[in-house]
Design a protein around this ligand. Structure first.
Ligand code: FDA
Length: 396
């Protein structure tokens, strides 16, 4: 007889959800983590307020809002465990929340409420939680898996790997899930930091640096993908939701385009100003629409020192282009040190979309961020963690 029915590696969002569901089915569950406390990323998420889901993180919008080598893979789990189901859980617990923007649901109070809800549910489901334990070698045995935990071996018929991705190693992120996948013959797609600030070469950075701290609403695009959200200038480069979102699509060598006047027609604006206030400088005209320092930089980039009344249509067209199609070439990103998630991961072709079980290794499951499914910013990644953990918890 194995010691447990299910061992879950990783007491994060996906692992705890899988443990709760398996425990509710009467399975004897052990959740193991090397961190001292469960749910550390939940605790710090959403600036400490946990953006726990997004009302748009549904299977209907899934193909567009979850990135994967196989965009269809996530849809099954997302359709079976919906944002509404997690919201119902949060409401039942009496956790107050609000929609911040774009369907993003945040706790009114600290994110630790979500951690407590999950750890309480885990305990209520009869699961054992072992934290501060190192996970060592894993062996396949006749009726399941034998896992070295701390300095003892523990067996179970099912093994759920929920150890997340590589983002924020300082918080305990490791590549353990990828190593386990490879050990059992599963493929791992290329991984890279995502939802991460972008960095620039020293020349471009010199130009941007005076703007550090400035934030503005902008459309940032890469190819056909575009996000209209806040853009933040930092000492290292560009950040803010619009940049974090586009970072999941951007690749080395590519440029991004920035529209500093979303929803406006800069040319129309300049033409109207030329007529109404011909003595103003372009920079001043932009000052009505943009933060002062940014208007100044935009003015310098446009490099038209005279009054707007003296500018030809050709010059106004060029100026509008500069403001609404500002092309910048990042050199890199801030990397896993600050990335919210890891793009890529366990290749979904090796997993069953309904259960998250490895096709070739019965009893072995991969859930959460470790899998090659990455959501947009704004609660999508937690919804994937809940949904994939829930799916595995129904069968493991
Ligand atoms: P998660 O990383 O949560 O859990 C993995 C667990 O495995 C951890 O507890 C870790 O200690 C453990 N582990 C790792 N290696 C191990 C090893 N070798 N041995 C034993 N245990 C090991 N998403 C969102 O939807 N809304 C939000 O507001 C935010 N905010 C946010 C802020 C910041 C700063 C970050 C870094 C990330 C977010 N995210 C987010 C992303 C979100 O946190 C992430 O997608 C989920 O936590 C992924 O859940 P998992 O359970 O898959 O991994």
């Amino acid at each position: 007889m194995p010691d447990f029915d299910v061992i879950i590696l990783g007491a994060g969002a996906a692992g705890m959800m899988a443990g709760i569901e398996a425990g509710k089915r009467g399975r004897k569950v052990l959740v193991v983590d090397h961190a001292r406390d469960p749910g550390e990323k939940i605790r710090i998420s959403g600036g400490g307020r946990c953006n726990f889901t997004n009302i748009n993180a549904t299977h209907q919008l899934g193909r567009e809002r979850f990135l994967s080598s196989n965009p269809r893979f996530a849809l099954s789990a997302l359709s079976r465990y919906t944002p509404d189901m997690f919201i119902a859980r949060v409401k039942k617990q009496g956790i107050a929340f609000h929609e911040k923007t774009l369907g993003q649901l945040f706790c009114d109070g600290p994110a630790t409420q979500v951690v407590s809800m999950l750890t309480n549910d885990l305990r209520a489901a009869g699961a054992a939680i072992w934290t501060g334990r190192q996970v060592g070698s894993i062996e396949r045995i006749e009726d399941g898996f034998d896992v070295m935990i701390g300095d003892g071996r523990v067996t179970a018929s099912s093994l759920v790997v929920a150890t997340g991705g590589k983002s924020i190693p300082k918080m305990g992120a490791t590549g353990l899930a990828y190593d386990i996948a490879r050990q059992f013959g599963l493929k791992v797609t290329e991984t890279r930091p995502a939802l991460v600030p972008l960095t620039f070469e020293p020349g471009a950075l010199e130009q941007l640096k005076p703007l550090a701290g400035v934030s503005t609403n902008a459309i940032v695009s890469h190819g056909k993908t575009r996000f209209e959200e806040a853009l933040l200038f930092t000492h290292r480069g560009l950040s803010g939701p619009a940049i974090l979102q586009i970072s999941s699509y951007w690749r080395e060598g590519d440029s991004i385009l920035i529209d500093l006047l979303p929803g406006e027609d800069a040319l129309e604006l300049f033409r109207a100003a030329r007529k109404a206030t011909p003595k103003l400088h372009l920079q001043t005209v932009l000052g009505d629409k943009l933060p002062k320092r940014l208007a100044q930089l935009a003015g310098e980039m446009i490099d038209q020192p005279g009054m707007i009344g003296d500018m030809s249509d050709k010059k106004l067209i060029a100026a509008a282009e500069r403001v609404q199609r500002w092309s910048l070439k990042p050199v890199g990103s801030e990397g896993y040190r600050t990335a919210e998630v890891t793009l890529g991961g366990i290749d979904t072709t090796g997993l069953d979309a309904k259960t998250m079980m490895a096709r070739t290794v019965p009893g072995l499951y991969f859930v959460g961020e470790a899998v090659d499914v990455t959501g947009w910013l704004g609660g999508y990644n937690f919804q994937w963690a809940w949904a994939s953990g829930w799916a595995a918890g129904q069968v493991a």
